[in-house]
Design a protein around this ligand. Structure first.
Ligand code: BGC
Length: 752
């Protein structure tokens, strides 16, 4: 059932599609040419386009000079060339810039930087001859343990949406199509190939679909990747509601959909319910399509419509001639500079007793912890990048430390490689066999000896890309391999302990908070990550990242855990897409994996991340949006453009932010709304606007944030459309979701 919903049409008008150009229109410029092409094609040629040709390409129309479409992962750099089964081909010219991973990009809270980031990857994709980048990955970080949290952006749909739009626009302005993934509700890796996500319509619309909607409508994304999982009963690759009713009919998507690799499940389902290209294989959208037309089960019109949507992308993206691709290194100084800027603005200062920035009097630094010296560009399954180089934190510190300062290093804890250790033959005394293995006494003693002698200890803890990986979720978010105990021991040896957490998703940090003089979230921060970190530590720049997710005291506080929606119960058989099972990833078939309960119920509804913690009064260690600097910022003098607003209006809120310190710094001012008198259920507060503000030492600046009333709508389930609830709206402005400095209220006129 395809419905054009009144409010969706209204929203299109509001987005400016009738007055100005609609971003999807770039796909509609060649309709006559496409008519002519389709008219000349045989059915066989058409069906060739509906499935993979190689693991990273799909067929054009060679007889008519239409090139194949070339894809590459994504999402934080162009992946190296792979052969069948994802085995690297070992080329010389296929390296690319390793950009900071998703949550690091999100910690910049900068749509402008997301634009540059997408643009940089898009430029490199062109140099590598790629038409479609498989990214950005914009699912909501629903679970702190999520294996792909590091690829995804945030627990918040508004922040994710703003960054997704920037990324997609930047990439497509570089001439490369963005394939937003994984549509939709792919929020867990456990059982991802078969899990049936049960979520109510309001939750889907207001939380999980928001970043996708913005990326399509505002960003003009040309390609969408349906996810592996099912949503409310149907696989995403054949989900009428998601692909036809919402994506195409409501959002006006004009481009093509490409199933996640191995995520196509039937000929009729895919053909009738919105899939354009089966990736990979042709067992569903190959010969069986021709047979189904012969029997009358399908019509050629359906195939023509799919071919049209594919050709729209093909003709909108210039094919790179074979003899132009891979002739120069994709990674160039300009694109690497973008990666560095993102890294510089992503680092989050969680606590500081004044030890940072490091004093110029320091003579001896002990860098402790294997993560200081670990390369992070590859691993984690699909999303790795073959980077031309990678400045680790240790290398960055060594390079930046002033002349005469001694920098010593000890790994302190073992390397956890999980199942990869056995399969790749990497075993030995410095490889941990279990995540909760205690610290090795000899390694600890070596670290403590350095710590005792040093003026300051820089301790690098966190996870790695075996612990956080596509294909599996973490079992907990504790610091692994004895890292908590090591932190306490280091603090006892030397109180000048600065701890840096290197991870993509949140970790439990109560222990390191307690014993560290300063604490930073350092991310997997791209090929210049170590340079950026050293700049922050030595005070060349002030830290300005803000958490894109909440860091709870403990995992069990988080919504899906508290409500026992996750982890799922185990059942008898294995899941097909789990990392362990993938011969192409691990070189051999892994042991049978448990199969989990087939449904994942999102009964927490809208209460994801801080929406849950705030609404349920559950304290967190570090809240969403939090991050300190080396200066303090003062907020004052809030003004709002009017007292009452209705649909079509924009609420303009202005205030002054002052840098009270003696160095230049940047602050991310955040605007949340609350609805104390609401009749329907709302989270306690929701992010609705933000701005990164750059302020010289002592400078004040007036900031104006604008909230369109349409962004304040809710999904009215009875009406099956968007509506505005009238009444009082609290406007809360501050430095994090918990640190609200200014407030005022306005009233909204309702609209059903
Ligand atoms: C991942 C996608 C990726 C694809 C191709 C899948 O396993 O889920 O994100 O783009 O593989 O590598």
């Amino acid at each position: 059932m395809r419905k054009i919903i009144y409010s969706a049409v209204l929203a299109l008008v509001l987005l400016g599609c009738t007055e100005t150009r609609c971003p999807q229109d770039v796909l509609m410029r060649h309709e006559d040419e496409i008519d002519a092409i389709i008219a000349q094609m045989t059915l066989e040629e058409k069906v060739q386009m509906l499935h993979s040709k190689t693991i990273m390409s799909s067929e054009g129309v060679p007889r008519l000079g239409i090139q194949d479409i070339k894809y590459a992962d994504g999402p934080f750099g162009v992946r190296e060339e792979v052969g069948d089964g994802f085995r690297p081909l070992g080329w010389q010219m296929d390296s690319a810039t390793y950009f900071p991973t998703g949550s690091a990009l999100a910690a910049t809270w900068s749509p402008e930087l997301a634009y540059s980031y997408g643009n940089g990857i898009g430029q490199e994709a062109r140099r590598r001859g790629k038409d479609v980048m498989l990214g950005p990955a914009i699912n909501i970080q629903r679970l702190p343990v999520g294996g792909r949290s590091y690829e995804y952006l945030s627990e918040d749909p508004f922040l994710s949406a703003r960054l997704a739009v920037g990324y997609v626009k930047g990439m497509q302005d570089a001439g490369t199509a963005a394939c937003i993934k994984h549509f939709a509700l792919n929020n867990q890796e456990t059982n991802r190939g078969s899990v049936n996500v049960i979520a109510d319509e309001r939750t889907m619309r207001e939380i999980y679909l928001k970043p996708f909607e913005a990326a399509v409508r505002e960003g003009g994304a040309m390609c969408v990747m349906p996810a592996y999982n099912k949503v409310n009963g149907d696989y995403c690759s054949e989900n009428e509601h998601l692909l036809n009713e919402i994506l195409r009919d409501e959002w006006g998507f004009k481009g093509m959909t490409v199933s996640d690799w191995g995520g196509t499940h039937s000929t009729m389902g895919a053909a009738l319910h919105g899939l354009n290209v089966q990736m990979t294989g042709d067992n569903y959208l190959g010969r069986p399509v021709i047979d189904s037309i012969a029997t009358g089960a399908l019509t050629e019109d359906i195939v023509d419509a799919k071919v049209r949507e594919i050709l729209r992308l093909r003709l909108a993206v210039r094919p790179v001639p074979e003899d132009e691709a891979n002739k120069v290194q994709a990674s160039q100084p300009e694109t690497r500079a973008i990666a560095r800027t993102v890294a510089e603005k992503s680092i989050v200062l969680l606590q500081n007793n004044g030890i940072l920035p490091l004093s110029p009097d320091i003579r001896k630094i002990a860098v402790i912890g294997r993560n200081a010296d670990a390369f992070t560009a590859s691993g984690g399954m699909g999303a790795g990048v073959k980077t031309p180089y990678e400045i680790t934190p240790l290398a960055g510190i060594r390079k930046r430390a002033p002349e005469g300062v001694e920098v010593d290093y000890a790994p302190a804890y073992k390397n956890y490689l999980g199942m990869f250790a056995r399969w790749t033959g990497q075993t030995g005394p410095d490889v941990a066999v279990a995540l909760d293995e205690p610290a090795d006494p000899a390694m600890l003693e070596e670290a403590l000896a350095l710590a005792r002698e040093a003026d300051v200890v820089l301790y690098f803890c966190g996870t790695n890309k075996t612990i956080e990986s596509e294909g599996m979720d973490r079992t907990d978010i504790k610091l692994p391999v004895g890292q908590d105990a090591i932190a306490y021991a280091l603090a006892a040896a030397n109180p000048n302990l600065v701890t840096v957490v290197i991870s993509g998703g949140p970790c439990e940090l109560a222990s390191v908070t307690e014993c560290s003089a300063a604490l930073l979230q350092g991310w997997w921060n791209g090929l210049e990550g170590g340079t950026a970190l050293a700049e922050v530590l030595f005070g060349d720049i002030a830290p300005s990242g803000k958490l894109p997710f909440s860091i709870p005291f403990k995992l069990q506080d988080s919504p899906a855990y508290a409500l026992h929606n996750f982890p799922p119960e185990e059942e008898a058989e294995e899941d097909l897409f789990g990392a362990k099972y993938r011969k192409d990833i691990v070189g051999q078939r892994g042991p049978r994996m448990p199969r989990y309960k087939q449904t994942s119920e999102y009964t927490e509804g809208l209460l994801v991340g801080y929406r849950w913690f705030d609404t349920k009064f559950i304290p967190v260690l570090y809240p969403f949006g939090y991050g300190l600097s080396y200066v303090d910022f003062e907020y004052s003098d809030i003004k709002v453009s009017a007292g009452q607003f209705e649909m079509d209006d924009r609420i303009k809120v202005s205030f002054t932010v002052r840098n009270c310190g003696n160095m230049d710094a940047e602050e991310v001012a955040q605007l949340y709304v609350g609805r104390p008198e609401a009749k329907i259920e709302w989270p306690a507060k929701e992010l609705k606007a933000f701005q990164r503000v750059s302020l010289k030492a002592g400078e004040s600046r007036r900031v104006t944030l604008s909230v369109p009333v349409e962004d304040l709508r809710y999904w009215d389930v009875e009406k099956n459309g968007w509506a505005v609830e009238g009444g009082r709206l609290d406007i809360l402005v501050g430095s994090s979701s918990k640190d609200i400095r200014l407030n005022c209220f306005v009233s909204l006129i309702g609209l059903k």
